[in-house]
Design a protein around this ligand. Structure first.
Ligand code: FES
Length: 121
């Protein structure tokens, strides 16, 4: 995983410029970035950018230290797994907690993040 990167203040639409080239974000890995004090993990799903909090919704473990395989992140503390695209748990299936997701977009080849959930997903 690359070094943690920090971001400048948000633009008028609430997006933080990360300075990360969108081409660096792949479906096979997680990229960490610090946005307004929060550690955000970035990846791709179906070609789209996906962003979510590194804090596990179960008991606050650091998900960046877990495993990431085929669009699912596995928490290092209790083994819960989450679909990063939807935020829903895939194990245990009856769990109600959800990943905190954010809006990530590409502009001029760079990734921007807004700390609100993506619309329509
Ligand atoms: S803290 Fe992540 S599964 Fe418990």
């Amino acid at each position: 995983m690359p070094l943690l990167r920090r971001t400048p203040p948000p633009d008028a639409d609430g997006f933080y410029q990360t300075g990360i080239p969108a081409g660096e974000i792949t479906a096979e890995s997680l990229t960490r970035v610090k946005v307004s004090g929060q550690v955000v993990l970035l990846t791709r799903s179906g070609g789209s950018l996906v962003a979510f909090s590194s804090i596990c919704p179960h008991a606050a473990a650091d998900l960046s230290k877990g495993r990431f395989v085929r669009g699912q992140v596995k928490c290092p503390d209790h083994g819960y797994t989450f679909d990063v695209r939807t935020g829903r748990p895939t194990w245990p299936e009856d769990e109600v907690c959800r990943l905190k997701r954010f809006t990530a977009v590409e502009e001029a080849g760079l990734v921007k993040i807004r700390l609100t959930a993506p619309e329509g997903r």
